[in-house]
Design a protein around this ligand. Sequence first.
Ligand code: GLN
Length: 186
Amino acid sequence: MRIGVFCLQGAFIEHIRMLERLGAETFEIRQKSDLDRTFDGLVIPGGESTVIGKLLGDLGMTNDVRGMIKSGMPVFGTCAGLILLARHIANDPHVYLGTMDISVRRNAYGRQLGSFAATAEMKGIGTIPMTFIRAPYIESVSGDAEALSVVDGHIVAARQGKQLVTAFHPELTDDTRVHEYFLNMI
Ligand code: GLN
């Protein structure tokens, strides 16, 4: 199985390490021509959604990536990746890829609670450690999108078809189960 990891900005190395630890092959997506390769899934890492979103646009990749995802290419977005996949962002006028029927709030925990750790249940997996870094949360899901985890009353993981998102960073923990869940979706 080969997974393309967006390496435009953010925490991509950690995803690559975790996916390879699970036996998947990975390659870095840095420019439009990288999308011509053959792959079975995509990972959009955490980082700064405004920066990754702008780079996707400047590099001419937004429409292609959106089209692939709409045609069923499995994708896993963490944190900023979740924001990029959302159809609506409550506190940002942009829509980037907009393929998932979720409404999200960026930097939703404010400055003081910008980063924190939690342990909570994720549907289909069990209890997992969760690392939040200036995280968004999902205000609502609609259509076929399903909430998979709720922490302190806020949705922090969701799935819609072959799209998986987490507001937290499983790649920054030692627990491989969310990545395994993604690989099993493929
Ligand atoms: N705060 C970032 C944003 O709005 C997301 C943070 C992250 O990916 N860790 O894009």
